[in-house]
Ligand binder design. Sequence first.
Ligand SMILES: NC(=O)c1ccc[n+]([C@@H]2O[C@H](COP(=O)([O-])OP(=O)(O)OC[C@H]3O[C@@H](n4cnc5c(N)ncnc54)[C@H](O)[C@@H]3O)[C@@H](O)[C@H]2O)c1
Length: 372
Amino acid sequence: MIIGIPKEIKNNENRVALTPAGAQELIKRGHEVYVQHTAGEGSGFLDEMYEEAGVKILPTIQDVYEIAEMIMKVKEPIEEEYELIKEGQLLFTYFHFASYEPLTKAMVKSKSICLAYETVERADKSLPLLIPMSEVAGRMAVQKGANYLEKPLGGRGILLGGVPGVLPAKVLILGAGIVGTQAAWMAAGLGADVTIMDVNLQRLRYLADVMPANVNTMMSNEFNIRKLIQNHDLIIGSILIPGAKATKLITRDMLKTMLPGTVVVDVAVDQGGCIETSRPTTHQDPTFVIDDVVHYCVANMPGAVPYTSTLALTNATLPYAIQIANKGWKKAAQENAELVPGLNIISGDIVYQAVAESFNMEYTPVSKYLAD
Ligand SMILES: NC(=O)c1ccc[n+]([C@@H]2O[C@H](COP(=O)([O-])OP(=O)(O)OC[C@H]3O[C@@H](n4cnc5c(N)ncnc54)[C@H](O)[C@@H]3O)[C@@H](O)[C@H]2O)c1
């Protein structure tokens, strides 16, 4: 198969969909890989590194879309790319269709095949191509929180791990999924006094077994949250209710009960946030202060660490990309059920029900395309 990797043109996006190592794996299996000039530069992968792996570098984005049977990307195509997409071309990338109607309509019109990273799903309902970005965001949340706890950045002026003779900072993590668990490991590793909350008792039982002694688990409910926020220095919001907006676990009135200089890192801000006063911010202007509480609410945290994020993402996408390249998308989906929910739009038909419903558009069951 001919695989094309365009340079991401969305504002401030430095990730790339394939590393030189990933390209080598595809080439080894008899596929051709074309990468746009400087596409990997933002993640530290230079054209020469791809060429050494056997990739052909193309000068423009037009060249890449023109030649490729499968386009692999990171972010959804933006307006300037719509015209470049060809009928029957396979696009394997994050789309998040339900959040943007013009993209959905443009992809329907293009008659391409859209396989979305975010809806590839395992039998246990986990989303293998979203997990790596949650891992990055969870670990980063502690790094950022520790930083903003410093006095010159508006925080309480407390060191996360304390020092001998001085107690460490208290960290409260709301939501014990991928983000919350990674955050707990990092905060515990730095020596903080950590409490992690969830509504899922099974999950708390598991974490109580595997976490170090400086991590405590607690049931998430309003009573417990109201109590703990009064003496915690760093609060990380990491809940997810699939398909719905995050519940506001910390309301505006609660901010006044918190210590001045408390830092909240609301990772769940991309789903509306679990703190009432959260609003999405950017890496250029990441924080704002309300009632002496520093809010860090960057909606695309992994974007700040493109090297790590690119490697983490491609570790997860490559096994699927190899299956698709070897077999074609149809046979790959017939033989691997995880890919089936990833199919969102095929040749002008919306085959993912929630996307069709979001915009009152017609839904076509994916089985139409997967039958022999
Ligand atoms: N800002 C970013 O850059 C960024 C990056 C990655 C992920 N995220 C977001 O982080 C959030 C968490 O993602 P994840 O992958 O860890 O999800 P996950 O599904 O692995 O975990 C979510 C957890 O929240 C728990 N939960 C639900 N309601 C709760 C409540 N009321 N109190 C306490 N816990 C509750 C669930 O039981 C689950 O364990 C999502 O909103 C995701 O979109 C943001």
